[in-house]
Write a protein of this length. Sequence first.
Length: 94
Amino acid sequence: MALFVAMFAVASDAAAQGVDVIRGTIVGPDNAPIENAVLEGNHLRFQTTMKHGDKITHWTVDMVVDGNQMSGTGHALRSDQHSWDVEINLSRQS
């Protein structure tokens, strides 16, 4: 859950960071940097790597930003070759 909450903050601040650079951190027990972020129009894609004990999970996230809402998908691949997909729907709270 921390992964997707942090993403919303990053996407909403993307315009303030400039057209060439998007940076941020996934906030959680093992803070993870956002990598390879690309914002094209309202389409945000990025990757991140998270550690959970002795396992490492690589995430690829693909989102559409629409005002105060974001939606899309995430794909995870863990170091033991277990993988899963998630649907993401976020909205900013006032």
